[in-house]
Design a protein around this ligand. Sequence first.
Ligand code: SAM
Length: 376
Amino acid sequence: MGQAKPLHWDRSINAACFVHELGLRCARDCGQAGPKPRRTRCAIRLVPGPVPVMDAFGRKIDYLRISVTDRCNERCLYCRPRQYAGWNASGERLSNSDLLRIVRVATSLGFRKFRITGGEPLLRPDLVELIEQMAQIPGVECIGLSTNGVKLAPLAADLRKAGLRTVNISLDALDPALYRRITGGPLEPVLAGIQAAIEAGFERVKLNTVLMRHVNEQEIWPLIHFSAAHQLPLRLIELMPLTSRDVLTPENFLSVGEVMERIQQQDQLIPEPDARLGHGPARYYRLARSGALVGFIGAMTQQHFCDSCNKMRLTADGRLRPCLGHHDEISLVEALRQPDDELLCSLFRHALATKPREHEFRTCYQPGRPMTAIGG
Ligand code: SAM
């Protein structure tokens, strides 16, 4: 009977051709390079149904993190230092309808997972509506949120009802005075936000802690016990030179390797290789005695950290950022003024084709845009 299903063009073909247009080497090793794509050799196959998007290194990129505001109600030492005003002076940010349009384009290209971040996304007044509408877009499989938790308690149930599935909450210390020293704000509403997230029944609630020697290293065990008691995965994150290089000195950098060694002096780390727990880069271990599930994000020290990268970012002012640790950005603002989505699609493909193999944090990266604008 021939083909039962309708055939669609493999969308990744276009990405591969874009690679050639840019004079890069094709990830599919079809041997072509240079400005003139020869679609006959590059057009690998016709396949039924949706196709994952690949970058030039063969990584499947299906995860978009969206910064919905560059505003934040905390001033974390490593993210939004005192000298940085933090507000987008022009007040420019994308409307919900622009964001929904971008998400539709992204899903048409194979993106499936989305994370709302910022700045502090819960400062955006129309966030519940945005999530509700996003959740209805065909192809959107999962929407997650990264938040500092300060404003989460009164919103958790509505967010869950709107279709939000997972929540990551930043928690760098359990000691209230230290928490205030790191973030500039009180701990209490964050703990209430964590409790509300548990009660709202999200599929997953994770805690994120940025490691800083001489600042919060003594908080690691209390945080492990807290996460075990609440049965929440805890992720320990190496400090990256994102907003400022000043925060990252040999004195205050604490590697995940050193923290693992310290944990092993008191407990046993049992690898959980299958615990991807969402779409992030953490490597998970179960602590035999405490029962905690701890993920380690060693962006600075883990070689091959970027090999499994699956994401791109959309900044608060409408730029696609293929890599957190690389300054290249592609503005979608002009394309959003066009009535059709053609330009938006090709800018996405361009972003995919130019996504670098790895971040530059270990080498030449000099902070430019603050993390709040890029989106954590
Ligand atoms: N306000 C939200 C929050 O607190 O999760 C979302 C944005 S915040 C920028 C996202 C994540 O980025 C947080 O977990 C934060 O700790 C992390 N982050 C910010 N700056 C960082 C840095 N220099 N190094 C490592 N992680 C950082």
